[in-house]
Unconditional design. Structure first.
Length: 354
């Protein structure tokens, strides 16, 4: 078992990583929430049938009364309609401020259930039990919770830290390859921005099977890096922005594909390679870095470039007539393992990209 503590003053919490941990969810939740009578479990229509039968008995054995609310699997559920439905179900259940919400699923469930927990009764405790690689290495840690609006992704949300994060790497066994690869894009990102030795470690394990042999170490390393960033900059005004490496261009690619053609992980993968190329053209990133990143991503089936027009890049970087002179901070690599913010005029960035 590996445990990390996110040491945010007054809101500290543990991240526990262990194969088979679902079976111990009850005792660990009880330790963290000694006085909570009820748990409101949110899951989705794929994860529920796979894992509810594993997790509900240990939660009830630890003395919790439970209710389950299942949302349809997929990003479309991260919406105001599902949020309102969760609030009403929580009230039907009789949730009080001494109870807690449990998010069992990927980033969609975590973001939605977390936002519901942050807002119901002006905020109740919540526990993250992430079941995708992306949710384990990224979205379950750090307290960003949100829903999407018609105007864009994650536009209504909060910072609401969980009380506990429980990761069972065995849950990754049921992920489709493409969903596993999406999470690997974020895993590779940590190596790129903060840990060159971890990047080399990943380069020596170029397949899902090889990564799974070392999965506890991979999860621990990624969560530890995110912990350090979040402890320094919980509210995303400085160092946390380094986590956006590959994401500015990635957002352009996601948008260009109308959020249907490319998954977030695929878009971030291409975004990282293109950001490395951009950095090299700007004299910040050593030549060859983009190829080294691509060599990790390609065996996982992730793309290293995605077609995108000048208009699509301009929209994604917020370059309109009003913003033509405005600056943007893009995250570039000074080396593998060392990311830096790089300020430049948006118009100059667009010129470099097209
Ligand atoms: P997801 O939650 O939609 O999960 C992907 C798919 O995998 C879903 O169909 C889900 O039902 C299925 N699934 C989940 N666990 C499974 C398992 N163990 N076995 C089989 N299938 C399983 O997507 P995701 O990639 O986990 O998360 C993406 C979301 O996370 C986006 O909404 C994104 O905005 C958000 N996100 C949030 C943060 C944050 O800091 N809060 C960070 C990154 C991403
Ligand atoms: N996923 C980026 C962040 O948590 O800040």
């Amino acid at each position: 078992m590996k445990t990390l503590t996110v040491a945010l003053p007054g809101r500290e919490y543990d991240i526990v990583i262990e194969r088979g941990l679902l079976d111990r969810a009850g005792e660990l939740c009880r330790k963290t929430l000694p006085g909570a009578p009820r748990l409101f479990v949110v899951t989705d229509s794929t994860v529920g049938p796979l894992y509810l039968k594993r997790i509900i008995p240990p939660l009830e054995a630890a003395g919790f009364e439970t209710a389950v609310c299942e949302i349809p699997a997929g990003e479309a559920s991260k919406c105001a309609g599902e949020l309102a439905r969760l609030w009403e179900c929580m009230m039907d259940f009789g949730l009080t401020r001494t109870d807690a919400v449990v998010a069992l699923g990927g980033g969609v469930v975590g973001d939605l259930a977390g936002f519901a927990a942050a807002t119901i009764l002006r905020g109740v405790a919540f526990v993250q039990i992430p079941t995708t690689l992306l949710a384990q290495v990224d979205s379950s840690v750090g307290g960003k919770v949100a829903i999407d609006l018609d105007h864009g992704k994650n536009l209504a949300g909060a910072f609401w830290q969980p009380k506990l994060v429980l990761m069972d790497p065995d849950t990754l066994d049921t992920l489709p390859d493409a969903t596993f690869a999406d999470g690997m894009a974020e895993v590779v990102k940590y190596g790129c921005i903060l840990d060159g030795a971890f990047f080399s470690f990943l380069a020596q394990r170029p397949s899902r099977a090889a990564i799974m042999v070392e999965i506890e170490h991979v999860l621990y390393t990624c969560c530890n890096l995110k912990r350090m960033v979040v402890e320094k900059d919980e509210r995303d005004t400085g160092k946390r922005m380094l986590l956006n490496f590959g994401h500015t261009l990635g957002h352009a690619y996601e948008k260009a594909g109308h959020y249907e053609t490319w998954t977030h992980g695929q878009a971030v993968a291409a975004g990282m390679v293109q950001a490395a190329r951009l950095g090299t053209r700007l004299g910040v990133t050593p030549a060859g870095t983009a190829e080294e990143i691509a060599a990790l991503l390609t065996p996982l089936g992730l793309p290293t470039s995605i077609p995108c027009t000048g208009e699509e890049y301009a929209a994604a970087i917020g370059l309109d007539k009003k913003g033509a002179g405005a600056e943007i901070s893009v995250i570039l690599l000074e080396a593998l393992g060392k990311a830096v913010p790089h300020k430049m005029p948006k118009a100059a960035l667009l010129e470099e990209l097209t």
